[in-house]
Every structure is written in C-alpha cells, then in structure tokens.
Ligand binder design. Sequence first.
Ligand SMILES: [Ca+2]
Ligand SMILES: [Ca+2]
Ligand SMILES: [Ca+2]
Length: 169
Amino acid sequence: MRSRLTLLLLACLLPLSACDTQDPDPNNVQRVFITEVRIVDAPLLRPDGDDWDSLGGNPDIYVELVNATSGNIIESYRDENFSNVGDNDFPLVYDLGMGLPEIEFNSFNGVLAFDMYDEDPQLTKGDDDYMGSTEEFTLRDIIDSGTPQFVSLTSANSDIVIRITLDYD
Ligand SMILES: [Ca+2]
Ligand SMILES: [Ca+2]
Ligand SMILES: [Ca+2]
C-alpha cells in the first residue's frame, strides 16, 4: 500500500518538475508568457522637433502589442499610459501579473510588434499620436534562439527600445 502511494506521488511530481525546469527544451515549449514590458527608450519629441502635445508638452506614452500581419491588437495599455514622460522617467515598466495580466500564448508563429502612441485626451484612439513601432518578431524565433528570459526590440531608427521578459512552460 505504502509503495503504491509513493509511486503515485512520484508519477504526480515528475511532470511538475519537468514544467519547472530553468532551461526549457525549445522543442517542448507549450506556452509562452510575457511577464514584463519595459520601455527603455522612446522619442520625447516629434521627428520635426516639436512637442508631442501642444499644451502639455511631454508625451503620455503607451504601447500596444499587435499582430503585424492582421493589425489586430493583442494587448493595449492605452488606459495605463505613462503621462508627461521626461528623460529621467525611463525605464517605464509594466510589471505584468501585478494588477495587469500576463500575456499568454499557445501558438508561436504570429508576426508581432509593439506600436507606441502618445495618448491624447480625445474620445477615440485614432486621435492619439503614433510614435513608432518596434521591429517585428515571432515567438517561434525567440524560442528557437534558446528560450531567453529577456529580449530587446528596437525600432528601425533605434529611438524606441522595449525589453520584454518571457517565461516558458
Ligand atoms: Ca499629442
Ligand atoms: Ca502630455
Ligand atoms: Ca498626449
């Protein structure tokens, strides 16, 4: 009886420890979580040198994770923008799981990117100023590169830098 129980316990524990490994096998990833979105840098002036806001000055920054192929928004932080961002405010950190949910994926081939906006106090998102986008990426490429904990994404002219923190299951 006792040995049967031990076996049963072992059978339960083994899959758990497999899920908990620090260095997951890229061939065996079932789910990917983005647990932090960290805006390391952003353009604080428009490309022509003007302020993003005519009255308020500094930008009220938020990002959206989008499917770059379809344009569909996967996650928007418009309501959690960082207002009147100055040079000393970086990094701007969304610590997901602490009030905002982690972003979970179970398919990895979608082409993704972060779009950045300056939130403006009108009614619709179309009134916000588009500030730029990071490079496009796929979770498949990230997994195949060795399941890194951190990935830095930059815009073509490098004025946007976003670091994401990843967890694998
Ligand atoms: Ca504006
Ligand atoms: Ca502002
Ligand atoms: Ca604004």
